[in-house]
Every structure is written in C-alpha cells, then in structure tokens.
Design a binder for this molecule. Structure first.
Ligand SMILES: *[C@@H]1O[C@H](CO)[C@@H](O)[C@H](O)[C@H]1NC(C)=O
Length: 212
C-alpha cells in the first residue's frame, strides 16, 4: 500500500500550483468553534469572496448565563474588524469580544487574549431591547452602559445558531468600535453568525446634569 496523501498536502500542492499559474488563489483558514479561550480545528479553503481569516474570543452573558467561546473561520475582510467590542443590552445580557483578522493562509492559527470585561457603569444610558424572531424592537427599557461603551446601537437582521436561522432585533450600549459594522455584513460572535440588515450607531446622549 502506498502512503495516503494527507488533505494538507493536497491543499499545499493546490496553493502552490495556483500561485505558479498566477491565479487568484483562495485563502485557507483554520476552522473551529468551541467553549473556552482557544480552539483548534482543520484547515479549510475559503469560499469565493471570503478573503480573510478570523479568530475571536467572546465572553457573553445571556439572562445571567455566562460563557467564554472561541470562533475561527473565513470571512470577508471588509466585514472583519480587529480589536475589542463590548455591547450591553441589560445587566444580565452582554457580550465582549476580542477579534483578530488577517489575510494569509492559516494566519488565524493563533490565540487572542480574552477580552477585558469591565462591568463598571459609566453613567450613560441607551434604549434597550432583545427581540428574537422580530424585525424591530421598541427600546422602551434602558441599558446602563459600562466601561468604554459610549454609543447606542440598534442591530437587526438574521442570526444563525447551528442550522437554526431566525430574525432578531436588539438595542443597547456599545463601544464606538461596534459602529464599524455596516448593514449587509455577515459577522460572527463567539456563538452565532449574524446577518445584519440594519445597523444604527449613535453617541449615547449625555445624562442630564452632566455638562459637556
Ligand atoms: C472601567 O470602566 C470605568 C467606567 O468607564 C472606568 O472609570 C475605569 O477606569 C475602567 N477600568 C479599567 C480597568 O479599564
């Protein structure tokens, strides 16, 4: 029996051939998703148009259930923003993420440090709501912004969790870095994939009694 060719060898040969022929070579990235501050998985050739590798670590709380998860995959470079993002929809509903985007084969085979999670309130307030299955949400409640969250966001679109895909709408506090996201973007969190149709991001109003 001849030794079998590993998928890695095939991928390498393909990438070399494509570079030699001067073709637009597809990127390959590590793909994994799992609990904890790191994960590892197989290498995958990215679909056309996905020209970046991403690794992100997120800490989230949903109705008080906290978890840390890591996500690695291909995505569009245009939709990928390296750095820290914090969003707060309520005292028990928030998400902080650290993201690294890069554009060479296997460049996401690294770990990123878990995001700082500063829950100290900073005095700013934003309209807040979480509406699964809905296209809009009223924002009749108020979220207390924490840490570096200086903006109010309104995100709506679709969210994919495994094979389950549904509409969602949400409002709350966010760091200014969340405003880099634009409508039409496909962005991962540590646990879900979001297809954003609406992205509003405005500086949080100054609370009364606090002079500029
Ligand atoms: C946490 O956030 C508060 C409110 O914005 C700020 O005063 C404090 O300096 C932050 N702490 C750290 C360690 O960043």
């Amino acid at each position: 029996m001849r030794p079998s060719t590993s998928p890695g060898t095939v991928l390498l040969a393909f990438t070399l051939l494509c570079a030699l022929l001067g073709l637009g070579c597809p990127l390959s990235c590590e793909v994994c998703k799992g609990p904890g501050p790191s994960c590892s998985g197989r290498m995958k050739t990215c679909e056309a148009g996905k020209d970046a590798c991403v690794v992100l670590v997120g800490e989230s709380s949903t109705k008080g259930h906290q978890s840390v998860n890591t996500y690695k995959n291909c995505m569009k470079f245009r939709d990928c923003h390296s750095g820290f993002v914090s969003t707060t929809m309520g005292p028990k509903d928030y998400m902080v993420t650290n993201t690294h985007c890069c554009q060479s084969d296997g460049c996401n085979r690294v770990s990123v440090s878990p995001p700082l999670n500063n829950r100290t309130e900073n005095g700013l307030l934003c309209p807040a709501c979480i509406a699964p299955f809905q296209e809009t949400c009223p924002g009749t409640q108020a979220a207390r912004c924490v840490g570096q969250e200086t903006h109010c966001i309104y995100f709506a679109g679709n969210v994919q969790a495994g094979i389950f895909n549904t509409k969602f709408a949400t409002r709350g506090c966010a760091t200014a870095s969340a405003c880099h996201t634009s409508a039409g973007a496909e962005v991962p969190s540590a646990s879900y994939l979001y297809f954003l149709r609406r992205v509003d991001c405005l500086p949080a109003p100054q609370p009364p009694g606090r002079a500029e």
